[in-house]
Design a protein around this ligand. Sequence first.
Ligand code: MIG
Length: 753
Amino acid sequence: MLDTTSFAILPSEKSNPKETMHDIFSIMSYEWDGKILTGNLSKGVFTLYFINDRTMRFICNLFGEVDISKSIAVIQEDSFMEGSLTETEDFLKLYFGLNEVILLKEKFSIIVKQKGQIVFQTSYPTVSYSSKKHIYFSINKPPKAPIYGLGEKTGFLDKNGAKISNWNTDVFAPHNKDTIELYQTIPFMMIHELTKTIGIFFDNTYRTEFDMQTYWDKLTIMAEGGQIDSYIIIAENIKEVVMAYTDLTGKTPIPPKWALGYHQSRYSYMTQSEVEDLVQKFKKYQIPVDSIFLDIHYMDGYRVFTFDEDRFPKYGDLIKNLKEQQIDIVPIVDPGVKKDFDYWVYREGVENEYFSKYFDGTIYHGEVWPGVSAFPDFLNQKVQKWWGGLHRFYTDLGIRGIWNDMNEPSVFNETKTMDLDVMHNQDGKKITHREGHNLYGLYMSKATYDGLKSNLSNCRPFVLTRAGYAGIQRFAAVWTGDNRSYWEHLEMSLPMIMNMGLSGVSFAGADVGGFSSDTTPELLIRWTQVGAFLPYFRNHSVQDSIYQEPWAFGKDTLQSVKKYIELRYRFLPYIYTLFYEGEKTGLPVVRPLVMEYPNDPETFQCSDEFLLGSQILIAPIVRPGKTRRSVYFPEGTWYNFWTDEKIAGGQYYLIHADLNTLPLFIKEGTILPLGTPVKNTKEKQDIELFVYLSDDKEITGYLYEDDGISFNYRNQEYKITTFRMEEDYQVISESQGRYTKGSSVISTKIIGR
Ligand code: MIG
């Protein structure tokens, strides 16, 4: 209570005593083998090398040996560029391709130059540590340069001026600017300037802090343990940085198409008949839907891998019937396993030592939904295998998507998580929970993904997770946890999801309508308009809140919400094509304007508009009662999707948008492939082309197609069609690839003639 009243800010004599800081001064000695530089500092050791022309790795350990092995986050094959070294009295100078690296011997600092210009520079003291043995890494920043990335964080798009912290935390309290820790840890950021962008991936799994607030001209990164393990990406622009970062940590695989449809959820649909009624409603109102989520009440006493047979007496039939109606069921699976000696999952876990334990071998138990529970040690491969295998329970029923929640892990106690001295056995390497905490959710998602994948034979799994670490995109989609039915949270979801995309996590979304608190018809409509254009599209709400299914507020609201769910399906061919592009490049589906227009300073702070790919601009209304807003249009000509009106870019306009209208614009030169209306993704869509003319740009479009469900696309079973408009207003198309069951173009509409 005390810290939530004014007592928290009572006058006091002194603030907390400051920790003593120890700076690292100088390079004492070094060794160079033509590729890798290693050296001793006044305290500690370091290693520096280039993986390729644009990625430098700098590791520094102040309390032990440098560990050059890579974390689970990094999948890029190790490679070491050849370099050359010269030495003067004051510095070491190395050349790696384009890069000239200068290491100051006194006042140890790293400077990287390209073509004689400084492109990256640490800030002295480059490395320091505190009496608590927290380590610090300091980097120069231009005072006004925007900073992006850092994954799932509150606040606006630009993080310059913010201080954020990474410790995966279950935050039910309303998320706001001061909520510096949420469910995910992605210690990756970029500093953007007009002519270059620098990416910094600080691969350290302890609690870390990125301070871009205390100093105007430098930023400091702190970790509570471990070593400085940094990858510095030096690139010309944001796209290059994201491509290089996702070369390191992996690209989002193309999801099964059904996972890109509309999802309906609630905490919880309590019974089999409630689920059946729900599906009937979608039919009755002819609203497209791809899946229904089952929250914790489907389980028997919250035991994972069970169904409550009183509530769901014929769950096998239910799932089978829904499957016949082309609807997927996605059940929730939490990590906590109920302590119950008659429950086979608990018994197997104890007998085979699968649970996380203290150093002395006693199993850690904590309270979650099922009561006292044990927590699988997902960091261990044997445990991953076991857990993945348990999913046969679901896959045998026809389930192919799993929702992982509470995997920070969240525990109901003061610290909100496991004791920090619980040990994880990372395939032989014993690490404390203090070190492994931020990895727990990622490893759980990996176990789930791998398990589903091997059970489902050649069928793409779908995993949704709340917690994660850098690289999570390889295994799961991410939703932004317990938001509220606040307009502020609708607004905040945009920069949050854009920054996740810049951090490699393309497949992301927020609970549409808001999770806790009660939504309103207007908020549900505006939120559905946004959700329809975000990668992951699910309406979800908390128990005891009012229902917020599309029909919950009468006919007008229903019509409006339905219109945007339908529109989502119209845009799916375009969205799916973006996911294909993303698997190759790592570029996100949803992008901030600055990603496409990096030289336009007007885009740097643009938090309330986004681009879907490069050609579609969305500027949603995120305030109650508003039917107009100012919209910035980057250079070029744009078309209003609804009216076909042309808008010249490079300026702001006041856009009108009644409650039924999402401000939606298409860039000139686009051939947009819209799908014909369907009731879910399992139905075949045909294509209607919308051609947006341009006076001076090529007019093109792309369509990627495959079976939507298997991994056959990785064996050339796909089809890519390129559309191009010729002088005579004819659209010619060219297809390549082996997939033969693609859709047909049934109409072409030319806009802007
Ligand atoms: O807060 O499973 O974020 O989506 O409905 C309770 C119940 C735990 C938190 C998730 C939310 C889910 C809820 N869970």
